[in-house]
Write a protein that binds this ligand. Structure first.
Ligand code: FAD
Ligand code: UDP
Length: 384
């Protein structure tokens, strides 16, 4: 057995950020991840066609927090992106998220923001405090647009009716009466210039004192290292042996397809841009009879200068213990099930549970980074 101060399970955003902070404060850290690579779900890599891909689904970095940008900027420069997506239904592409352009496509005639706002006022169903994902959308746009873009997509993604999901799920998609086509609302929207994996490689190169073990799971790590404090960023129910039953998760199956420049030439009339397969970085497919939810062509966002391109289709699926638990389910029954595990976690005085899976929260990368920074401060105060 070797000794370390902190044993950190998971080499994603949560695990590597907290490792960097603790090691920089002079502590010895071991980071173990059962996967063979850095970055957790944010991992990116060059595929056989030479394209930089996000193999676990698109990761669009965004934040309103200058503190998070300053912190991560120690390890990367940024490639600013105006993240733009489209929806594809009724056999055609639509501007999305819903905005004035979508409204013109819907009515088939030119319009103004005032006209669209007046239309929404007539169609929306006033609900003072929307309690679920159906109410949050119909209270803004009414039933027609909700059914067109949200209802079936959400049922496909979560295998639940939007009524059974927190308002924050569909509520995170903006709705605008101007012509702003950007998918996200945060003030800072950019990708690490050389990718997430390169960001984490830089973090490790800049931080002596982190001993990294890829391809090592928690059980093996526990048997190899003595530690005074454990930081766990995996699934909380797995940590506790699923003693209250598994928490509900939604999983995904990803299908990659690459195209060379000849093949892409045949797509130019659709993509509108030489070297691309589709007209936007992401196209959402709300139709119930299409088994995937979205197709991502990440080259639109990375700006990589390469003739080939790769697309990724995302097929939602039920989670089984053999699958990655990609999404905690933001719904009242799932939160209640999590509470039992959270109480067990609170009783573990020398273990910290951080990150998307260990706290069972539908969190973005900036949010888990913030959580890791805050927990590191607490631990440094406690152990100094
Ligand atoms: P993870 O990245 O899940 O890392 C946890 C690591 O722990 C994993 O590598 C896992 O292998 C390891 N691990 C777990 N259990 C064990 C064990 N027992 N032993 C050893 N290792 C273990 N966020 C955004 O900000 N923007 C986006 O556009 C975005 N898009 C997303 C799209 C998809 C499809 C998904 C699934 C998520 C997306 N996210 C996005 C969320 C983002 O992935 C998370 O916020 C972030 O990666 C969470 O980091 P983490 O370190 O908490 O967890
Ligand atoms: N959503 C939808 N239609 C869309 C896009 C999103 O119904 O075209 C809903 C769906 O329930 C989705 C949620 O809004 O899970 C949040 O969308 P987002 O694109 O942020 O999902 P993520 O990237 O986290 O999968």
């Amino acid at each position: 057995m070797s000794s370390t101060d902190f044993l950190i399970i998971g080499a994603g955003f949560s695990g590597l950020v907290i490792a960097e902070r603790l090691a920089s404060a002079g502590w010895k850290c071991v980071v173990a991840d059962r996967r063979p690579h850095l970055g957790g779900n944010a991992h990116d890599r060059i595929d056989p066609a030479g394209v930089l891909i996000h193999p676990y689904g698109p990761h669009y970095f965004r934040t309103n927090s200058p503190r998070i940008v300053d912190y991560l900027s120690r390890f990367t420069t940024w490639h600013e992106v105006s993240y733009q997506i489209k929806s594809h239904t009724q056999g055609r592409y639509w501007s999305f998220p819903i905005n004035l352009n979508t409204f013109e496509e819907f009515t088939g005639k030119p319009s103004t923001s005032e006209q669209f706002a007046a239309w929404l006022e007539k169609k929306r169903i006033p609900i003072e405090a929307p309690a679920n994902s159906e109410e949050v959308i119909i209270s803004q746009v009414g039933s027609e647009l909700y059914e067109l873009f949200f209802e079936s997509y959400t049922r496909k993604q979560w295998k639940r009716h939007p009524r059974e999901l927190d308002a924050s799920v569909c509520g995170r998609v903006p709705i605008r009466t101007n012509r702003d086509n950007r998918y996200l609302t945060e003030t800072f929207q950019a990708l690490p210039a050389k990718g997430y994996t390169a960001l984490f490689e830089n973090l490790l190169a800049a931080t002596p004192g982190i001993n990294l073990h890829l391809g090592m799971d928690f059980t093996e790590a526990k048997s190899r290292f003595n530690y005074k404090h454990l930081i766990f960023t995996g699934a909380i129910d797995e940590y506790f042996g699923r003693r209250f039953g598994p928490l509900p998760y939604r999983s995904l199956r990803f299908e990659h397809e690459s195209f060379n420049s000849d093949q892409l030439r045949h797509r130019e009339s659709i993509s509108g841009k030489p070297g691309f397969w589709q007209p936007a970085m992401q196209v959402n497919y709300p139709d119930a009879d299409i088994p995937f939810t979205r197709i991502v062509e990440i080259k639109h966002a990375t700006g990589q200068n390469i003739a080939a391109s790769t697309i990724l289709r995302e097929f939602p699926k039920d989670w089984t213990p053999d699958d990655e638990p990609y999404y905690p389910i933001p719904a009242p029954d799932a939160h209640a099930a999590y509470q039992k595990y959270s109480q067990l976690a609170a009783a573990e005085k020398t273990t910290s549970f951080i990150g998307r899976l260990a706290t069972y929260r539908y969190y973005n990368m900036d949010q888990v980074t913030a959580m890791a920074l805050t927990e590191a401060e607490k631990l440094i105060t406690r152990y100094t």
